[in-house]
Design a protein around this ligand. Structure first.
Ligand SMILES: Cc1cc2nc3c(=O)[nH]c(=O)nc-3n(C[C@H](O)[C@H](O)[C@H](O)COP(=O)(O)O)c2cc1C
Length: 287
C-alpha cells in the first residue's frame, strides 16, 4: 500500500506535475499545508512573530474596513483557560503563541460615533464581512508561519463558549472570537502527511456549478480516506441507533453522521442553539 500518510505535498499526493517556473516557494508552502497538533516548549523569536503578524495584517479586507482584531495570547494561565474553553485541546497549551482572530465592528461603531454619525451597518452582511476579514487574516498567518518552518492549527472550538472567551479576553461589544490559531515549533512525530481533499471535480466548477459524476468522485474520496485510516478510532457513534449493514466508513459516512448530529461539530449547546442570540447580545444585531 502507498504510504499516503507521510506525503508532505499535495502535488505529490495528487500526482500533479508543475513546470519549475510555477513551482515557487509560495506554491510549495501552500500545497504542503497540514494542521499540526503538538508543539515544543520553545518560544517564537520576536522578529519571527513580527513577520507573521505583519503578513496577517496584510491580508485583503473588505472595503479596507479592517473589521477584525487579533488577540495575542502567550500567558500560560490564559492559554490554559482558553484551552479548557476550547474543548480542552492540549496543543493550545503547548503552543508558545495562541492567536485569536475576531470579527470586530466595535471599532467601526466607535469611528462612526466619533465622526458624529449614527451607525446603521449592524447587519448580517456586516457580520459576514467581519468574519471573512478575520478568516483571511488567520489564513495569512498560517501561510506566513508555515513558510518560516513553524507549524499551526486553527481552533474553531474557541467558539464553544463565546461569553466566557469574551470575558477572558476583555472583548468589547461588537467583537466576536471567530477562530484561534495555535502556532509553534512542532514536536517530532506529530505529522501525518497532507490530508487528502475531495477531488477537484467536486469542489472546483468550470463556469457554472456542476454535479456531474458526484457519486463517482465521492466514492473515490471515501476509498482514499479509508485507505489512509483517517477515521480509525474516530467514528461518530450512532448513540443507540442500529448500525446500517454494508456501509463503508469513509468521509461520506463520517460527514453525514456529523451533520445529522450537530453536537459533534459544535460541541456546546449555546453555540448550536443560541449563537444568534449571543451575537445580538455582543453587538451584532444581524438585521
Ligand atoms: C476555521 C477552522 C477551525 C478549526 N478548528 C479546529 C479545532 O478546533 N481543532 C482541531 O484540531 N482542528 C481544527 N481545525 C483544523 C481542521 O480540522 C483541518 O484543517 C482539516 O481537518 C483539514 O486538515 P489539514 O488542515 O491538515 O489539511 C480547524 C480548521 C479551520 C479552518
Amino acid at each position: 500500500m502507498t504510504k499516503i500518510s507521510h506525503i508532505t505535498s499535495r502535488l505529490e499526493l495528487e500526482g500533479i506535475t508543475l513546470p519549475n517556473d510555477f513551482l515557487n516557494q509560495t506554491i510549495e508552502v501552500l500545497t504542503s499545508h497540514e494542521s499540526v497538533r503538538g508543539f515544543q516548549p520553545k518560544p517564537l523569536p520576536e522578529e519571527m512573530f513580527e513577520a507573521i503578524i505583519t503578513a496577517s495584517r496584510s491580508a485583503p479586507t473588505s472595503s479596507n474596513l479592517q473589521a477584525y482584531s487579533i488577540i495575542v495570547v502567550k500567558n500560560e494561565e490564559r492559554k490554559d483557560k482558553l484551552a479548557r474553553l476550547s474543548g480542552n485541546q492540549n496543543f493550545i497549551r503547548e503552543a508558545p503563541v495562541f492567536l485569536i482572530f475576531c470579527a470586530d465592528i466595535f471599532r467601526l461603531k466607535y469611528v462612526t460615533a466619533r465622526q458624529e454619525y449614527r451607525f446603521s451597518a449592524d447587519t448580517l452582511e456586516m457580520f459576514l464581512l467581519a468574519a471573512m476579514d478575520a478568516s483571511l487574516a488567520l489564513q495569512n498567518a498560517v501561510v506566513a508561519a508555515e513558510s518560516l518552518g513553524l507549524a499551526c492549527c486553527p481552533v474553531g472550538s474557541i467558539r464553544n463558549d463565546p461569553i466566557a472567551v469574551a470575558e477572558e479576553l476583555n472583548l468589547p461589544k461588537g467583537v466576536f472570537a471567530v477562530s484561534g490559531l495555535a502556532i509553534g515549533f512542532e514536536r517530532e512525530g506529530v505529522r501525518r502527511g497532507v490530508k487528502p481533499r475531495l477531488p477537484s471535480q467536486v469542489t472546483v466548477h468550470v463556469e457554472t456549478y456542476s454535479r456531474d459524476d458526484l457519486d463517482k468522485y465521492l466514492n473515490e474520496y471515501d476509498q482514499t480516506m479509508i485507505s489512509r485510516r483517517t477515521y480509525d478510532g474516530r467514528r461518530v457513534s450512532l448513540a443507540g441507533e442500529p448500525e446500517k449493514g454494508g456501509i463503508e466508513y469513509g468521509w461520506c459516512e463520517h460527514t453525514a453522521r456529523r451533520c445529522s448530529r450537530p453536537e459533534t461539530i459544535a460541541v456546546s449547546a449555546s453555540l448550536r442553539e443560541n449563537l444568534k442570540q449571543i451575537l445580538k447580545e455582543y453587538g451584532f444585531s444581524l438585521k
